[in-house]
Each structure stands twice: as C-alpha cells, then as structure tokens.
Design a protein around this ligand. Sequence first.
Ligand code: SAH
Ligand code: SF4
Ligand code: F3S
Length: 439
Amino acid sequence: MSLYYLIETFGCQMNAHDSEVLAGLLEEMGYRPAKAREEADLILLNTCCVRESAENKVWGRLGVLKRLKRENPGLIIGVCGCMAQEEGTAERIRRRYPHVDLVFGTHNVHRLPDLIREARESNALVVEVLESEGGIVEHLPAKRAPGLSAWVTVMYGCNNFCSYCIVPYVRGRQRSREPRSVIDEVSSLFAEGYKEVTLLGQNVNAYGRDLAEEYDFADLLSELDRLDHAGRIRYMTSHPRDFSDKLIDVLSKTKHVCEHIHLPVQAGSDRILSLMNRGYTRDGYLALVQRIRKAIPNASITTDIIVGFPGESESEFEETLDLVKQVRFDAAFTFVYSPRRGTRAAAMENQVPADEKQRRITALVELQNRITKEVNNAMIGRIEEVLVEGPSEKEPEKLSGRTRGNKVVIIDSKQHPGALVNVRITDGGTYYLKGEILR
Ligand code: SAH
Ligand code: SF4
Ligand code: F3S
C-alpha cells in the first residue's frame, strides 16, 4: 500500500524550491503526492517567519490539522523551514500543539528520511534543529513542478544582518554553491525542456565571495548565457550595495538573461537606511538605478519597501514616497514593519503605532499602483517577448504569459502554450498587460 504526502509551503521562492527537494526525498522513500489533505499519511508545513503575519498563518494551519490527526491518528505532521529553525518554536509546539510529530530546521533537510522513521517509531515529538549550517549537500533529488519554469538555488543563507530581518538567524551564513554544480544543473534543466530558470539567493550579487576561487555572480551569469539553449535566465534578489558595474556590463550584453532587476530599496531616508544597516544611501541607490537604466534602457526595476521602521517620522516616510516617484518602479512589494524577536530593530525604541503604519502603507500602495499603471500604459504598442505559460487565472479561455520584464500578459488566443512568442501590447493595467501574438 502506498503512503501519501502533502507539503504546504509558506514564504519565499527559496522555500518553494526547498519544498521541491523535500518532495524529491519523500518520493525516493516511496511516498506519493496526496490529492487531498484527508488522504495524506504525512503533512509537512514548510514555514516562513519573516513577518508575524507569516507565522500566524502557520499557527492557524496547525490548529486546523488537529482535527485531521484526531480522525487519522496514524498521520504524521511535521513542521520545517524558517520558523522551525527559530528559537522557541519547537518548545511552543511541544506545549500547545501536541498533535505535531516532528520539527526540523533549515540545515538538515537531507535528514528527512531518518527523521520520519524516528517520528513513526516515537510517541513523543521528534525535534532536530541544528545550530550551525554545515556544508552544502549537493545532489539531493528535487521534484520540480512540471512546467516551463524552474528554480535553482545558487547560494544559501545571508551575511547582511539588516537590522529588521530574521533571515540570517534562521538560514545561517552565506554559502555559495560551486559554479560547476550550478552550471550543470541549469544546463540539464534546459535540456529537459524548461524554458526559464530562476537563480535564487537572498543576495545573489554576493555570490562567490565565500568560494576559494575568484568567481562572482557576473561570471556565473555570463557563463550561463553562453550555454547552448534557447531559454531565459532570471535571478533574485539583488542587494543594491553589491550591484557592481561589472554586473551591469554583463547584463547589458547577455542574450538570455532577462531585463528584470528586483532591487529592494526598503526606505527612502538616509537615517532609516543606516538604522536598517543597508549599506547604501538614498543618492547611492538613485545613482545605481541611473547607471542600470543607461546600460539597459528597457530594464524593468521592481523593489521591496518597508513602512513604519522604528522611529520613522512622517517626513522620513515622505522621503520614501518621493523616492518612489523619482524611480518610478515597475512594481513594488510593500510591507508593514513587523518586529522579529532577536533582531536589533525589535529592541529599538519608538516603535510606530499600528494605525500609523497602516495609514502609511495605504498611501504608498496607492502611489505605486498609480505609477505601475502609468508605466504599463506606456508599453502599449511595444513588441515584447513573452513566455506563454498557460490558461489565464482570471480569464481561463485566454492564455497568460510573462514578458522579460516579468509582467503578466493576457493573450486573446489559445495558441502556442509553452512557447516564446512576440506579442504586441494592446492594453496596460495595474496588475497585467494585454496583448496579441504577432505572426
Ligand atoms: N534578501 C532579500 C529579501 C528577504 S525578505 C533582500 O534583502 O532584499 C523579503 C522582504 O521582506 C525584504 O526585502 C523586506 O522588504 C521584507 N522584510 C524583511 N523583514 C521584515 C520585517 N521584519 N518586517 C517587514 N518586512 C520585512
Ligand atoms: Fe534579510 Fe537583509 Fe539578508 Fe535580505 S539582505 S535576507 S533583508 S538580512
Ligand atoms: Fe524565505 Fe520566509 Fe525564510 S521569506 S528565507 S521563507 S523567513
């Protein structure tokens, strides 16, 4: 009789890719994907703790799973990912969620088969959270979602310690994979038929700094660009401080690397940027954007912004609005500052009240939506290379795809799913563009 598994993933794309590795390990053990929760013999929650709201989703989920466990006592419930690595989580689960069988951290994913065996044999909660990251374990089987796009992690962890951020605590120090391993993986993905590969890391521009040989992210991109394939290459996330002129030069010359740069600015005030420990100034960021746009005129630039960092004054918030107006981002992910235990910012005085943070984010979202719409409207008439992904979620009788700049385009056609096609943009909105395929 087969055993069935289900993985619920929270958080960023790195986590999504980790879930593919977890799935690969489970399938090697003989597990098969469950079609519904009720059918599962094993449920893993791969969690995120970057903001309190992310954690609350997981606690809510665990509450719901209690009933399932009552109905099916043989069910194994596991919690892994960033929240599991966080101090205090395993203890809280032991006390408040006795229906959970297993908690394991971010540094020992490869131990999953043994941990599941232990959990099956034990009546008590099995916990394995390692303090130190250890080396990179290569050649774990990933079970990727079938389709056009694949994720490849190029580096793990982060050394930046932005004062608001918990990621370095739960993901450990920066560790780059060997260029050879990355290149082999990417070329086999293209050979398997994937049309697009996204290179992942918390700070991909720092790739290679921890390697013995002298080799950086620009070197990696140019090497990947020269591989024999017709696909696209994307990457994220870029840290403004580490965005070198060499990288800009490489980006302006590569053929397969998409002209989309996700360049989180976080704030528009020098005082806040410095308190955040971001390592660049407002002017430094603006100058970088100019250098990028000069070298890559059609670059699509997106960002992350936090409002309500401790002590952020009204005028400092307005500096963020002003920067957004100056840069005119293609899109922005905007967040309300969420204190994370153990980070420096959480201990700062002058936390901004919740209603004020709410007011600021509303103003920011309104401004950015207006700009996104204007930027997208200005694309009407342009010809864009689009990877046609499949039926549109909004309008299932049409197809949806993405431009090189990572914008969603809805195409009034059923032809060419899975292909790279040229599309003339006929309409632009805040959330997507419309277009027609050129013959
Ligand atoms: N490594 C990436 C992003 C990591 S997390 C980078 O440095 O850009 C993704 C985004 O979540 C961050 O860019 C930041 O905008 C946001 N974020 C991180 N910690 C946060 C916190 N404590 N409260 C609110 N937003 C946060
Ligand atoms: Fe967090 Fe900063 Fe590292 Fe990004 S660069 S993961 S925001 S510490
Ligand atoms: Fe990603 Fe959340 Fe962890 S954003 S790295 S899953 S804390």
